[in-house]
Structure formats: structure tokens, C-alpha cells
Design a protein around this ligand. Structure first.
Ligand code: ADP
Ligand code: MG
Length: 212
């Protein structure tokens, strides 16, 4: 079936070429369900299991939305762990390689903050990191989110399990209210419904059930 082809999406020729090079020919089910809505600017609650291609489901709309000529943080991705933040950064960089100079900075705990501040000073389009360290950089004024167009909560259920809700609240309070907010989660506990109500605007719910 060709209905899951990336070709039908409003993506730039540069991104289409990168997807071809990466052998991304068909969208995964969560991508097919999320991408048309996210590219149309909708807020989303997207539920699908691990390994289903959720990173591209938010990275492609983010790369489409941002202006590479403007050196401001336009996308912020919150992840539960450093390992996941590094994986997300890697995937965004792969998908961004057809663009000139999209800078992605990873901000996680467990490593010195000084070099992270230096990276931010040089300018970043996208920040990926864990809530606590991002909060630290906001508190110190090293990170500014006034130009943010898209906020992504990746593995939101895990972030809640790990007790990051206060840090997330703090970070979101520093984001412009006019923004697109995408929430990705494997499960949908009450806490997720609550943050969706608080942080999102008329979110569309997209669920890919596990098939056994
Ligand atoms: P999730 O966040 O849902 O756990 P990932 O975004 O990490 O999943 O994707 C899992 C793997 O699938 C990655 O190696 C990614 O490069 C690959 N992938 C994602 N989308 C596609 C696609 N449409 N076609 C082929 N491979 C894909
Ligand atoms: Mg993921």
C-alpha cells in the first residue's frame, strides 16, 4: 500500500531526500497517524510502544517548522534519561542532515554544565534534554525559550514515574503559551491526562494498539 508513503506529506525536498537516503520508505503506523496532524500544527497525544518510530513523528514536524536562519531555541524535547536524550539527538541530527546547519544541543545531568552553557551561547535551534538540567539552565539564564515554537514531551509516562513533574512544570512555565505541544507516551495513566489538560491546546489523541 502506498498510503503510508512519506511522499504524500508536506515535507521539504531536502527532508524527502534524506528519508530516501536513510531507507525510510514507509511511515510506521504512529508516524502515519501523527505526521499529518503535527504538520498541520495540531497538538498531539501520541501513544505507541517503544521502537515504533516516535522520534521521527516529532522530529520531522519540528524540522519543518523551524527557521534555520534564526539562531534561537525553537524546539525543546524533554526526555526522561540522558541515554534517551542522546538517542533522540542522534535521530534528529540524522533527519536534519539535508539542512544547512541545524544545531541541536543536548542538556542532561551527570556532566558539567559549563560546556553546555558554552554550546548555548554559540546558538542552538533545538535543545534535547532531561527536565532537571534544563531547569538549571533556565534558572541561571543560560537558556532562553522566548522563541520556542514546539515543545515535545517524549516518554512522558516515564518522566512522571521518575518524579519530574515539578521540573516539567517549571520548564513549561518558561515556554511561550503560543506554541505547539506534542506528547509521546507508551501508556496513558491519569497523570498524563492531567498534564495534557494543563499544557496542551485541544490535543488530538492518536493511539496505535499493540498487535500480538
Ligand atoms: P520509539 O521512540 O518509538 O521507541 P524510535 O524513534 O527510536 O522509536 O525508532 C526506532 C528505530 O526505527 C530507529 O532506529 C529509527 O531510525 C527507525 N525508524 C523510524 N522510523 C522509520 C521508518 N519510517 N522507516 C524505517 N526505519 C524507521
Ligand atoms: Mg522514543
Amino acid at each position: 500500500m502506498s498510503t503510508r508513503s512519506f511522499r504524500e506529506l508536506p515535507l521539504s525536498p531536502a527532508i524527502q531526500a534524506t528519508l530516501q537516503q536513510l531507507d525510510y520508505h514507509e511511515m510506521t503506523p504512529i508516524q502515519a497517524a501523527s505526521l499529518p496532524l503535527a504538520l498541520a500544527g495540531r497538538d498531539l497525544i501520541a501513544r505507541a510502544k517503544t521502537g515504533s518510530g516516535k522520534t521521527a513523528a516529532f522530529a520531522l514536524p519540528l524540522l519543518t517548522l523551524l527557521n534555520p536562519r534564526w539562531f534561537a531555541v525553537q524546539g525543546l524535547v524533554l526526555c526522561p534519561t540522558r541515554e534517551l536524550a542522546e538517542q533522540v539527538t542522534k535521530e534528529i541530527r540524522r533527519l536534519a542532515r539535508g539542512h544547512d546547519n541545524i544545531k541541536v544541543v543536548t542538556l542532561c545531568g551527570g556532566v558539567p554544565a559549563g560546556p553546555q552553557r558554552a554550546s548555548l551561547e554559540h546558538g542552538a535551534h533545538i535543545v534535547v534534554g532531561t527536565p532537571g538540567r534544563i531547569m538549571d539552565h533556565l534558572e541561571r539564564g543560560a537558556l532562553k525559550l522566548d522563541g520556542l515554537a514546539m515543545l515535545v514531551l517524549d516518554e512522558a509516562d516515564r518522566m512522571l514515574d521518575m518524579g519530574f513533574i515539578d521540573d516539567i512544570d517549571y520548564v513549561v512555565s518558561h515556554c511561550p503559551t503560543r506554541r505547539q505541544t506534542l506528547l509521546f507516551s507508551a501508556t496513558y495513566p491519569d497523570g498524563i491526562a492531567r498534564i495534557a489538560r494543563e499544557f496542551q491546546r485541544e490535543p488530538e489523541m492518536v493511539t496505535i494498539e499493540e498487535t500480538h
